[in-house]
Ligand binder design. Structure first.
Ligand SMILES: [Zn+2]
Length: 251
């Protein structure tokens, strides 16, 4: 048990007993921790502990059991994420991916920073599908998955077009297409963009525009990668998938 100060991003909260809540916070200094907040409705920090909120915590951190909040300051609320159901659904999915990618209590300030930056970009109106795809690809390492989309797995040629082979867990150039008769037959622009998304720093991300048809191809390919190599089924992802139908209705 120790008293500490750390930045922290609220992942989610749930009711606990009658009036209390458990709030899961991704802290910069101590990884993801579950905080117990007694009598939540009357807590002076209730509004600072909503989802999509980042702040500076003064807290008692326990390595076994719950941690406790003593103070929250410098609170940043991602207002557009809270207000827009589409941005909200993308942010919720990114948050649940970050939650699934590492164990609780595991120190990972890089993932904390990456998650926070992703939410900032969503809040600022960057393309939500693109930000989500970048997050999905760059978090793969945390699931123990390392894929190279920059060269042919056989001859290491770095200039495309490339296709993807699940058999070799890598890309194939046209000279090596026949190594895998069941290669993915992707649009080569998919691999080009996937490689770009895997390498890009969020700080370099400009507002880019990708056609809906290409976005759908990228979505389908990343879903395939997650099915094959990660194998998690998140409720927030199912919700997001179901939502793509509404977007057309609400236009
Ligand atoms: Zn090759």
């Amino acid at each position: 048990m120790r008293d500490a100060e750390t930045q922290g991003l609220v992942l989610y909260s749930r009711n606990y007993k009658e009036k209390d809540k458990l709030v899961k916070i991704f802290t910069e200094s101590f990884g993801k921790r579950m905080f117990f907040v007694k009598n939540f409705g009357k807590s002076p920090y209730a509004s600072s502990l909503q989802a999509f909120t980042d702040g500076k915590l003064t807290a008692t951190i326990n390595d076994g059991g719950f941690s406790f909040i003593e103070d929250v300051s410098e609170v940043v609320v991602y207002k557009n994420i809270s207000a827009d159901i589409f941005i909200n659904a993308h942010a919720s999915y990114i948050i649940s991916l970050a939650d699934a990618a590492i164990s609780d209590n595991q120190y990972d300030p890089a993932l904390y920073g990456f998650l926070k930056r992703s939410l900032e970009l969503l809040d600022q109106g960057f393309d939500m599908e693109v930000v989500t795809n970048i997050f999905e690809l760059q978090v793969l390492h945390r699931f123990g998955v390392s894929l190279n989309f920059s060269e042919c797995a056989f001859c290491h040629k770095t200039v495309g077009p490339f296709d993807f082979s699940y058999k070799f867990s890598g890309c194939l150039c046209p000279r090596h297409f026949d190594e895998d008769l069941r290669r993915s037959h992707l649009d080569p622009n998919v691999i080009y963009l996937i490689n770009l998304f895997q390498e890009i720093s969020l700080d370099e991300l400009k507002k880019i525009s990708i056609k809906a048809e290409m976005k759908a191809k990228i979505r389908q390919f990343i879903d395939g990668l997650y099915d094959e190599y990660v194998g998690i089924h998140l409720k927030s992802k199912k919700f997001l998938d179901g939502m793509s139908g509404w977007a057309d209705i609400m236009k």
